[in-house]
Every structure is written in C-alpha cells, then in structure tokens.
Design a protein around this ligand. Structure first.
Ligand code: GAL
Length: 681
C-alpha cells in the first residue's frame, strides 16, 4: 500500500508521479499568516519535500462551533501544496477536541485510576470509549472525507494522531462499561471470568457483571489478571476507535490508504502495535531519541521492531526530530551529522519515508522550543542546510523505495503480552525491565556486528536460524508448542530468566519453573532468586549477573551447562544451559548479563546455529549493517555508529551514497551512512 502512496507523490520534473522515498513533516500552516505559506512551499521545494501531514490539531479551526464549518483555509492549503508538488497525508483532525465540545460534554474527558479528570487545555483529552466523543469525531471525519475525496493533493489519511499518546488508560465510567462488554466477549460467563481472574483469592468473586470495574486505585495490588485484561482492553479500545475512523474513510475514499502514527519506543507500551498492524494500510511510526547512554542502539531497535510489526514490508517514518525536543528535562540539540544518520538508520530498517515533527518551528505554544525543519533562525541556518542535504540524499536513494528487509539469521522475539505481564506489580522484583532486556541482546548483537530482525509473536520463526526470546514470561500452551516445534525442527531457541512462567490468564504453570518451557529447556527451578539493586553475582565465564538468579537443576540428559555461578547462593550451580532438542537446541540464561556480558556469551550461542558477523572483523561494533531487497535491487546500508572515521574494506557494489578510498574500501566519516547496491535484482 505504501507503494500506492509513493507513486502518487508528485516527484518528477514534469510533475508526473514517480516512485521515490517520501520526505516531509507535520505542517501546521494555521499557526502562521497566509504570506508565510508562500515561503513555506518555496522552501519545501528547495528541501525536496514531497509529503506533509496537515490538519492534525485543526479541529477548533475547522469546526469553530457545533454547526459551523470553515474549510476555506484548508482548501487553500491543499491547493497550494498540490501546485508545488507536495502530497498531503491528511489528518482527520480528531486529536484535540475543541473547547466548545468539552464545555458542552465534559463527560468525554478521560479519568485517571485515582478518579482525577484530565481537563482540556493541552491535547488528546478524550476517552477512547466515549460514545459522545465518537459521534462528534466521526462527524468531523465524514465532513473531511467528503470534502477532500478526489482532491489531487490527498495521498493518505492520518487517523487522529499517536492514538493513546496521553489517553491510553482511561478509568472512567464509559471505560468501565466498555471493559465489561469486552470481558463478556472474552469470557462469555462470569464463571469463566472468575476462574481466569483467580477471584477465589482475597474474596474477589463476582456475582454480577455490574460489579466488575477497571483496576482503579485500590487498597492494595489490584487483581493481576484484571490489570492484564485492562491493558489488553485499553489497547483494543484504541484499536476499535482507529477502525471506526478508518471505516468512514474507506466508505468515502476507498482508494486512499489509511494509516495512523505508532510510537514504537520504550516508554509507550500501552498499545499492542503488533496487534494493530493489520488495521492500517501501511505502518507509520514516530520515534524520538531519548538520552539513555545507548541512544543509537535504541533508535535502531525501534526501527527494526517497526519493520517487524510491518511484517518486513516498507513503512513510513511519520515523525522524528531534526534536533532538540521540548519534553525532556534537558533538551539536547543534535550534533552535526546526527540528523542524517538518525533518518537514514530508519531507512536502513525499511522506512520508505522520512518525516519530522514539524515543518516550521512554532513561535507560540508548548512546542515553540521543539526543533523543526525550518528553525526560528529561518532558512539561513545550518539546520535547514542539513535538511536540504538530507532531501538530496533521499532523492539519490529513490531505487530503494519499495524494498523489503532481507531476513537475518537471528530473530529477537518481542512480545507485547510478556512486556505487560512481566512488569506487573506484586512480582519477585519490581526492577525487571522487559524492553531493556530485549535491548541488551540487540546491543550485544550490534557490538558483534551480527544482523538481527526484531520480530513479533506470530511471525514465522522458521526464517531465523536462532531466535532469542528474552523474558518470554507469558506463554500460552500454543506458543510453547510452536517454540518446541521450532527447536525440534532445527531452530536454536534462546530464552532467559522469568520466561515460560505464566499462561494467558497470568496463572502459574505449575510443577517448577520455567513452566511452559521446562521440558524444552531440560531444567527445573524451584525458587526465584532476584537480586537487590546494586548486588551482583559472578559467573565462571568471567561475566557478571545482576537483577535475577535461579536455582537450576538440570533434568534432561543432553543439557549442557555453558556457565556456572561462581559466587552467590547458587555458586557451583548452572547459570546458562543449553539442551539439544531434535535437530536444534534450547538455551536458558538465568541472570541479567547486560549488553557486555551477552556479547561475550553470544558467540557460543550463535555457533551451533552457524551464525557469525557478515562484516569485516575490524569494523564490528563500529558499523551497523542492514540489507533491503526489492524491485530496485539489493541494498546494503552501513551506518557508522561512532564519532570517528571508519574504513570498511572488502565490500563490493555500486555506491549510491558514501565515499570510497583509492583501494575501493568504503570510507565512512564520523556518523556517516553509506548505501551500496550489491545487486540489481
Ligand atoms: C509527538 C506528537 C507531535 C509532537 C511531537 C513532539 O508525540 O505527535 O504532535 O508533539 O511529539 O516531539
């Protein structure tokens, strides 16, 4: 579907549609006088912008009163953009309900678990389950779609904006009603719900559906399955809202692809995007770099996971920043080269469009200190020059458009249900961080220069020789069977502490941990041994474990111990094991080794799978390599992860972006990205 969109972009010199990478931003012309728009389109042309998202926060301007519509300004914007060859990803404008609506209907405002109302004054102040909000919002969507159906600038629909960004979990009475309906569909009977929620515990048995509530602030830990179901429900409620807008759009403009911007980032776990992917015509993502000490790894991980969510197909980077954001405690400007490297890392992982928040930096409002493509300083700025240079690079990369990711030998399984379930309260430790553990493994693979695909549950694991499933905590019987089959048929599975522990109802798999995976792994654990913050244990392979330990007994012949604990209560006992299973194997890492420890261990885990780095030894860790393949050929992306120059010898191909030395080696300057076409098919 993204190819439909791209082919509609007016990129050719003669105005004819040509397939190419998208380049643009959120465009908010309503913040500026009309004369600025003329300069905007001129600068867009200069920068090579070919797509912008318009109208995201325009509801109050488009519908100033319940029965008054004002589309004239947007008609003007659409026409102007079209005249200048810029396609429009048109927002449905429902992301920020106008004051007249919240004044007339305060019952659309979200409520926290403490019963506090989230008042208007910012944005996204609406309940995903409010029938009143939905009625007004869908009326607006219908007006928009009717008005702009057939407009030549319209290339895609942008539903709402970052669904769930500020209102993912609403505990209002509307939510309570919808939660009950959702539970009725899931369980049919109250008996089934009572069983699933384990309500024999703490006298929680329900005798009437009306007694069931969202997990509002309670005297102690709310029921864990109720919490887990509320997370599932909340993700589904937003998904249902997405569908509702999409259905109106499909009815009125069946040929225009529909998307919404996901937020695949460590802090946004409320929306199960793996489960949403099929609801959109192409996957779009927003990503912002958050200081963490390993920003590069996280950006690459997010882009890689987005590709996994998109099933390896091209996706659309809807937002990222040209430089600083405005919502960190301290907002750092990007250093020279980072704007392009961040953008091209997304392209390396399958993005067919590179867009920013936003086109022109606001003069007023909460985001006036957030960077943009045209900064406060204006077009005569290093930032705008860097933007224009990126636009030129993306033109050169046009042949990449439409290509998919070439499967890597290593897969990292990222599972939303395990993310939710493993981090619930009342657990052996509150220090466990699901995303961090997955990122540890990814960082270790980057350090070794080994390509990996981050994939989501349900993906075909058989494409990967080795599948790493960190903290795969929630394992329904079916998943346990799939993983067993994968290993028996020659795959090499690696999993970690706190995996296989509960089923889909968050009930323990009894008989010893790691429950559902115990037989496959050939080990048994009777009691968990979490470690307090700051404490660690040594392993006899010289690595150090934190966070967690297990008292492991090997139960199956053919299970080898790859490392033992050297210190701590389990000294002398297994810490890392591997069982030969069928023609594959299943390995278990019982403590948190961190990226460094995992990089030391990984060669031993990769070895039976026959996996090693495709990069020359000298550049492993300094350079990230990804491969895309499609109608335009096979493309090797080389991202310099360092702030120094790196020379990559021994690679051949047509250099689309980048430089080579006299000996033909690819030379990457600090933070550079090179792209080679290694084959034309
Ligand atoms: C996103 C949002 C944009 C803008 C941006 C700032 O979450 O979609 O509208 O607020 O963040 O980083």
């Amino acid at each position: 579907m993204i190819s439909t969109l791209l082919s509609r972009l007016q990129g050719g010199a003669d105005g004819a549609p040509v397939p190419r990478l998208g380049f643009g931003a959120d465009y908010n012309p309503e913040q500026w006088p009309r004369e600025v728009w003329e300069e905007d389109v001129r600068l867009m042309r200069e920068a090579g912008v070919n797509i912008v998202s318009v109208g995201i926060f325009s509801w109050a301007r488009l519908q100033p009163e319940p029965d008054v519509w004002d589309f004239a300004w947007l008609d003007d914007v659409m026409d102007l953009l079209h005249r200048h060859g810029v396609g429009v990803d048109l927002a449905t404008a429902t992301a920020s309900p106008p004051p007249w609506l919240t004044t007339a209907h305060p019952e659309i405002l979200p409520v926290t678990d403490r019963g506090e109302t989230l008042w208007p004054g910012a944005r996204q102040h609406w309940r995903p389950t409010s029938p009143v909000f939905r009625e007004h919002a869908l009326r607006l969507v219908r007006e928009m779609a009717t008005r702009y159906a057939g407009h030549p600038a319209l290339v895609a629909w942008h539903v709402n904006n970052e669904l769930g960004c500020h209102n993912a979990h609403d505990f209002s009475d509307d939510a309570a009603r919808a939660f009950r309906d959702w539970l009725r569909t899931r369980y049919t009977t109250l008996d089934a719900l009572n069983h699933a929620w384990g309500t024999a515990f703490w006298s929680q048995r329900y005798s009437d559906w009306e007694q069931v509530l969202p997990p509002r602030l309670a005297a102690s830990h709310p029921n864990p399955t109720q919490q887990l179901d509320f997370k599932r429900f909340s993700s589904d409620a937003l998904k249902d809202y997405l569908r509702a807008e999409r259905e109106v759009l499909r009815e009125l403009t069946p040929d225009v692809p529909v998307t919404t911007n996901f937020m695949v980032m460590p802090g946004t776990k409320g929306m199960n995007y793996a489960d949403w992917a099929d609801e959109v015509d192409f996957v779009a993502n927003d990503h912002y770099v958050v200081p963490s000490g390993r920003e590069r790894d996280e950006l690459s991980f997010s882009a890689n996971l987005t590709s996994g969510i998109a099933g390896g197909r091209p996706w659309f980077l809807m937002e990222h920043s040209t430089s600083a954001v405005n919502w960190q405690p301290v907002n750092l400007a990007k250093r020279p080269g980072e704007l392009a490297r961040d953008s091209l890392t997304h392209v390396a992982h399958g993005a067919d469009a590179v867009c920013f928040f936003q086109w022109r930096q606001s003069a007023a409002g909460a985001e006036k200190y957030h960077s943009a493509m045209v900064p406060h300083a204006g077009a005569d700025s290093d930032l705008f020059r860097a933007v224009t240079a990126l636009g030129d690079t993306l033109k050169v990369l046009a042949p990449v458009a439409g290509s998919e990711r070439e499967p890597a030998e290593v897969g990292i399984l990222f599972d939303w249900e395990s993310w939710w379930a493993s981090e619930q309260d009342s657990h052996p430790t509150s220090l466990l961080d699901y995303h961090r553990e997955a990122l540890d493994w990814y960082s270790a693979l980057l350090a070794l220069g080994v390509r990996a695909d981050v994939v989501t549950t349900g993906a075909d694991l058989g494409r990967h020789r080795i599948v790493i499933a960190p903290v795969l905590h929630l394992v329904p019987a079916e998943l346990a069977k799939d993983l067993t089959r994968y290993a028996e048929q020659g795959g090499h599975l690696v999993t970690t502490y706190f995996s296989g522990v509960v089923d889909e109802n968050d009930h323990i798999w009894l008989g010893g941990y790691p429950g559902a995976l115990r037989d496959l792994l050939g080990i048994r654990v009777e009691e968990f041994g979490p470690l307090p913050a700051g404490q660690s244990v040594e392993l006899d392979d010289t690595s150090t474990g934190t966070l967690w330990t297990d008292h492991i007994t090997v139960t199956a012949p053919g299970t080898e111990v790859l490392a033992h604990y050297a210190t701590g209560p389990h000294a002398g006992r297994p810490a890392v094991t591997r069982r030969a299973a069928g023609s594959g194997s299943a390995a278990y890492v019982s403590t948190r080794l961190g990226a460094e420890g995992l990089a030391a261990l990984l060669p031993r885990l990769l070895e039976p799978a026959g996996v090693s780095s495709e990069l020359p030894a000298a550049v492993r860790g300094s350079v990230e390599a990804t491969v895309r393949r499609g109608p335009g050929g096979r493309f090797l992306f080389l991202v310099n992860r360092t702030d120094g120059s790196v020379t990559v010898p021994g690679l051949t191909g047509d250099v689309l972006v980048g430089a080579t030395g006299d000996d033909g080696a690819v030379v990457l300057g600090p933070r550079d990205v090179a792209v080679l076409r290694t084959s034309t098919t």
